[in-house]
Design a protein around this ligand. Structure first.
Ligand SMILES: N[C@@H](CCC(=O)N[C@@H](CS)C(=O)NCC(=O)O)C(=O)O
Length: 342
């Protein structure tokens, strides 16, 4: 089937990876159509595997060809378009941006998916949340039909919690991390427009996708509101940064304190989690367990995708020029991250 030569992005506003890709395409000024994953387009792309969103069709593709997985897609767009890159020019900053994207995407899913479905005793409202998420796909419908679909979705998603490691013993850490991440971001935004200067990087977009979901949700919005007056308005800036024209941080300039705080959390919690995941998979174990932040624990079925994330970062680091790798080591000193990556 012939196409109209624009990128097509099929996604949903309640999908962190969808809004992340949309924000990247907006910032990069790539001509695209944002299409809700419903109706004719959903039907037309039913064959796409794995069955995840966003699904992206490149201008030269026919409508049978769709690409998924936002991180490789973001890099693929870099190969296709030079202007308004989201990879910092400095290779050391580019590595840190990748690390922070990974942290945002993968740990961020835990906090996003947990707060999405917490009950009223923790400030949630799963009836409202499910309607908020499902109305765009259902469209105009009577209360009963909408409620049935909305609650059906909720009742399908909540049992998926353990897949993301949302289990009772892990909740203190998931909650503590959410507060710390929000406070670190507030600090980032006290000093800078974005993580690596006055233009957004891949790392910014990774966190944006998850935090945008957290903002929509009453329980997590309440916590964001309590710990930051900057983060929610910043989400509206990066959501459509097509008018932002900024500069990268100079390689000699110190990283902002908020960026250092995020890297510290990556070194203390996220990378130990990935490392424990990879080790459990190598040992053929069906559970991974890690103890972090003075005795808090995280324990779940190890996810193969997360072992792959760690391997990609280690390979990236190993492929860097020695002088750039040394700079990464210096920038990560006292975070604990270097020891897990090298
Ligand atoms: N690593 C993938 C993950 C994409 C993903 O997990 N998408 C979720 C929604 S954000 C999904 O489509 N889940 C299946 C579903 O909701 O039907 C990426 O970065 O794009």
């Amino acid at each position: 089937m012939s196409t109209d030569g624009r990128y097509k992005v099929i996604g949903s506003l309640s999908s962190p990876f969808s809004v992340k890709m949309r924000a990247i395409m907006r910032y990069r000024r790539l001509p695209h159509d944002w299409i809700l994953n419903t109706g004719e387009w959903q039907e037309r792309t039913k064959h796409v595997r794995p069955p995840i969103i966003p699904k992206i069709n490149f201008p030269e593709d026919d409508y049978d060809t769709w690409h998924v997985d936002s991180s490789p897609l973001a890099y693929a767009l870099e190969d296709r378009h030079a202007d308004r890159s989201i990879i910092p020019d400095d290779p050391a900053h580019a590595f840190l941006s990748h690390l922070l994207e990974d942290f945002g995407d993968e740990w961020g899913t835990k906090m996003m998916f947990y707060y999405r479905w917490v009950e009223a005793d923790q400030g949630g409202d799963t009836d409202y949340t499910s309607h908020l998420m499902l109305y765009p796909g259902v469209g105009p419908a009577g209360d009963e039909a909408l409620r049935e679909t909305a609650h059906g979705f909720r009742d399908w998603q909540v049992p998926l919690w353990p897949r993301a490691g949302i289990e009772p013993q892990n909740l203190p850490l998931i909650e503590e991390m959410f507060r710390r991440i929000v406070r670190a971001w507030d600090k980032v935004l006290t000093d800078q427009h974005f993580l690596f200067g006055s233009r957004p990087s891949l790392g910014d977009f990774g966190f944006y996708g998850q935090l945008y979901q957290c903002f929509w949700n009453l329980a997590s919005f309440g916590i964001m509101r309590q710990h930051s007056k900057r983060l929610v308005p910043w989400l509206t800036i990066i959501d459509d940064a097509s008018g932002v024209d900024g500069e990268w941080l100079s390689p000699d300039a110190p990283l902002g304190q908020g960026v250092k705080d995020l890297l510290w959390l990556a070194g203390q919690v996220y990378l130990p989690y990935l490392d424990a995941t990879a080790k459990a998979i190598d040992a053929g174990e069906d559970r991974m367990r890690v103890e972090v932040l003075d005795g808090m624990i995280h324990e779940q079925t190890p996810q193969g995708y997360h072992a792959k994330c760690l391997k990609i970062m280690r390979d990236k680091l190993a492929a860097m020029a020695p002088s750039d790798r040394e700079r990464v080591e210096v920038l990560l000193s006292s975070t604990g991250a270097w020891e897990r990556l090298s």
